[in-house]
Design a protein around this ligand. Structure first.
Ligand code: 5GP
Length: 361
């Protein structure tokens, strides 16, 4: 496990509000209890529950959004999420979040995203490379203590944002998110995600927004096949996004389409097992895709919600499927190909992996 923590890693599928520390959620709940908005004891056991079905996860997200969606809380959550990923030696993070609007507290989708950005920029435990073009505003490199001989003297994490469209949203609201992503391209926003309860909403409601994202040349990743829905899975694969997440409930013909399309899959082992979408790690489709040399990347999905880390996901993959350190390193490095960031960032990531490869032998 320690080795998996040392391994440089790329995280491409992590939801901001699924990455909240339990301790932070409980603190935020206490504040709302003091204001008589909620009763803390009603919330505490829900936050600390270990395993949740997919349905229960979405109930939990509604609670998280109640507890955590003001500008101050969002800044804090974004800061802590980046700190936590960096502590796991994640060197490139695409964090995704759904811009939220709440007139009662003066929150617009833009001000929500600005709060996320402010949080990311306030990280102090690691150097954050967030907006590459803006050299003048870059913070000085901060150093953190050297933990062992493998640790670089200065830790650095590249962070980019994906704006999520929630499947509950109207076409107009989804379009607003896409336009916002385009307007904020120079502020660290790099692409679009489609997520939200897979049992709610309709592909054709969000399709105009996703087509607009294509027109604007925003890379797209879709949550695909979390529940059996043949028509939608086929439509998503036909849409040909840059990446898909999960890909659990594909049937034989969809597997064929996926494999011939080479669409990279964001694999979320623990999320799929804990939400009971996949019966066990041994039964996970990861190994079929891995053996077929299909493009894939290990991800956490919601590390706070599931009490997991990306290092642990690598460890589980190694233990379950008998992967060697060299195979894990190769898989982690391969993820560079699927990041949405530009060539310059990819080159820098390659250097980090090449350096760590030398220390493998
Ligand atoms: P947020 O976008 O508020 O930062 O992160 C939480 C949101 O991400 C949830 O409300 C949900 O829309 C989405 N999300 C998180 N985990 C999952 C997942 O496993 N599947 C799907 N479809 N959506 C998810």
């Amino acid at each position: 496990m320690e080795w998996c923590r040392w391994l440089p890693k790329i995280e491409l599928h992590a939801h901001l509000n699924g990455s909240i520390r339990d301790s932070t959620l409980l603190e935020l709940a206490k504040i709302l209890d003091d204001k008589n908005v909620i009763v803390f004891s009603d919330v505490e056991h829900v936050v600390l529950k270990a395993d949740r079905s997919l349905r229960e996860c979405f109930t939990m997200f509604d609670l998280i959004h109640l507890l955590a969606t003001d500008h101050k809380a969002i800044r804090r959550i974004a800061k802590e999420a980046v700190e936590d990923f960096a502590a796991e030696n994640v060197i490139y993070l695409e964090l995704r979040t759904t811009p939220k609007k709440n007139d009662s507290i003066g929150m617009t989708k833009r001000s929500y995203v600005e709060a996320v950005i402010a949080g990311i920029e306030s990280v102090e435990t690691v150097k954050v490379e967030f907006i590459p073009s803006d050299e003048n505003t870059k913070k000085p490199i901060k150093t953190i203590p050297i933990i062992d001989s493998y640790e670089p003297k200065t830790k650095k994490i590249y962070v980019r944002l994906l704006l999520s469209i929630d499947r509950r949203e109207t076409t107009a609201a989804a379009l607003e998110t896409v336009e916002l992503a385009s307007e904020m391209k120079d502020s660290g926003v790099i692409g679009i995600d489609l997520s939200g309860n897979p049992r709610i909403g309709d592909w054709f409601t969000v399709l105009p927004a996703l087509n607009r994202a294509k027109e604007l040349e925003l890379p797209i990743t879709l949550h695909c096949g979390e529940v059996p829905n043949k028509k939608e899975i086929q439509a998503m694969l036909e849409f040909c996004p840059q990446r898909i997440g999960h890909a659990v409930f594909l049937e034989d013909d969809e597997w064929k389409t996926l494999k011939s399309s080479y669409i990279p899959v964001e694999i979320c082992l623990s999320s799929n097992v804990k939400t009971r979408c996949v019966p066990s790690y041994d039964d996970h489709h990861f190994i079929d895709l891995y053996n077929a040399k299909h493009p894939l990347v290990l991800c956490t999905d919601d590390p706070g919600m599931f009490s997991i880390s990306l290092s642990r996901e690598y460890y589980i993959a190694a233990k379950t499927f008998g992967l060697t350190k060299a195979q894990l390193h190769e898989m982690a490095m391969e993820a560079i190909t699927y990041v949405f960031a530009d060539h310059k960032v990819k080159k820098a990531l390659e250097e980090i992996f090449k350096d760590s490869e030398r220390k493998l032998t």
